[in-house]
Design a protein around this ligand. Structure first.
Ligand code: URA
Ligand code: CA
Length: 443
């Protein structure tokens, strides 16, 4: 087999065989196929796409390119959850304990935040003492014992994806649905999931800006799951405004505690119950979506999910007293209100701009090496559709640095993320569609 012939076929819009795809992925991972040939192939895929079969083949080849997490010592159906990346997205800290309380084992490897999006591992480190680095044995034992562990990624998972994603980033070939879908799914499969629930964000703060593209991406991932025997459900959710009002690591832990305590923001609670219900159904703990929703709602209401969070924090050496006493979380030195510059209705909130502002405040990193400040962030007081009076606070900044010029700039950036219109604006839809192996249901 010659790489040039494979590129040639894809350039001419032909379907590649399973052997050709395996040859490419193996050769590229080992360094036998150079970047320039892989780039040419990625660009050919960008223009000509891939069939469902080719996409599934690529996914499996990448999933098998490095270590794979073996979860077989944990009894039950292991259901993983993945979000395509959002701002102030606290769902894992809420959905993990909820689902574990329902008896679904959750063995999750998570990442750190980069750019305008946060990462679950950083958020967990806001809890004093919390250890995110575990050996594989500790990780598996904890899931067997309490049903839930969330750790930083270890080992050499999907090196083919790591290399190809890096290459795509500099060759303008990221925005290809089969390449994105196989990249995400390869990581979930290598992490050992039997079934997968995907939260596919759509809108301004998301990777996919249009609903059409988000549905196509979700469908491609559900198709891969079906093809490789890992049942997958995708929920398309709105990222035209941040999901919950808190953006920042400590603030989001507190938001998760509040939500599990039944005092959380309505929208965040609704999405978490929706995602958790799909996981519970895929995990075989409920018959149908309605029964699953009832079960997770009960576990939220009766405090069992919050109790699971505390058990999980303690198992990873964190201070579980944060659940009753949030003052144990890192606290910012100052809070500053961001007043509305005019009267009207909130017509839009730019989630990405707020994510960048939170990052600049110190809550996130611009480069992988940056150190973050766990206490700082932004708390929003308004959602799209809300009326505002001039001077009324739109948001509050949590800051540590004493720099009045910087504070003024951050206030300005935060205010600028809000579009205020004179006419009443409609509330945004939270969930647009659910895609399962049986088809798409638009809401
Ligand atoms: N996220 C991924 O993990 N891979 C992509 O290709 C795009 C987003
Ligand atoms: Ca939030």
């Amino acid at each position: 087999m010659r790489t040039v012939d494979i590129i040639h076929s894809k350039r001419d819009g032909k379907e590649l065989s399973s052997e050709e795809i395996a040859f490419l992925v193996e050769g590229y991972t080992k360094g036998e196929i150079p970047d320039y040939q892989m780039s040419a192939w990625a660009m050919a895929v960008y223009f000509n796409g891939m069939s469902a079969r080719e996409t599934a083949d690529l996914t499996l080849a990448m999933a098998h390119s490095g270590d794979q997490v073996d979860l077989s010592s944990i009894p039950g159906i292991k259901v993983d959850k993945h979000s395509t990346g959002g701002v102030g997205d606290t769902t894992t800290l809420i959905v993990g304990p909820l689902v574990a309380a329902a008896g679904i084992p959750v063995a999750k490897m998570s990442g750190r935040g980069l750019g305008h999006t946060g990462g679950t591992i950083d958020k967990l480190e806001a809890i004093p003492g919390f250890a995110v680095e575990r050996t594989t044995e500790q990780f598996l034992a904890q899931v067997r014992e309490i049903g839930l562990a969330v750790v930083g990624q270890t080992g050499n998972l999907t090196p083919a994806d790591k290399k190809l994603y890096g290459l795509r980033d500099v060759t303008a070939t990221v925005e290809s649905i089969p390449l994105i879908a196989s990249s995400i799914m390869s990581k979930k499969i290598a992490s050992g999931a039997d079934a997968i629930v995907l939260d596919v964000k759509t809108g301004r703060g998301a990777f996919m800006k249009s609903l059409d593209d988000s549905i196509k991406l979700a469908q491609a991932m559900v198709d891969i799951g079906t093809e490789v025997g890992r049942e997958t459900v995708a929920v398309i959710t709105n990222m035209d405004e941040p999901l919950g009002p808190s953006i920042g690591n400590s603030l989001e832990v507190l938001e998760a505690i509040d939500t599990l305590g039944g005092r959380g923001p309505a929208e965040l609670t609704e999405i978490c119950l929706e995602l958790a219900a799909h996981m519970v159904r895929l995990g075989g703990k409920a018959d149908g979506e309605a029964e699953a929703k009832e079960l997770v709602t009960r576990l939220l209401d009766n405090g069992e999910a919050l109790a699971k969070l505390k058990q999980f924090i303690a198992a990873q050496e964190g201070d579980s007293r944060v659940a009753e006493d949030p003052a144990r979380l890192p606290q910012a030195a100052r809070r500053v209100d961001v007043p509305a510059p005019e009267e009207g209705y909130v017509a839009a909130i730019d989630a990405e701009a707020l994510g960048i502002t939170a990052m600049l405040l110190g809550a996130g990193r611009a480069t992988k090496e940056d150190k973050i400040d766990l206490a700082v962030g932004i708390k929003l007081f308004k959602r799209v559709g809300d009326p505002v009076k001039k001077g009324e606070p739109l948001a509050e900044l949590y800051i540590n640095r004493e720099d009045s010029a910087e504070t003024a700039e951050m206030m300005e950036r935060t205010a600028a993320a809000f579009t205020i219109a004179s006419a009443p604006a409609e509330k945004l839809k939270l969930i647009y569609a659910v895609i399962t192996k049986d088809g798409i249901r638009k809401l």
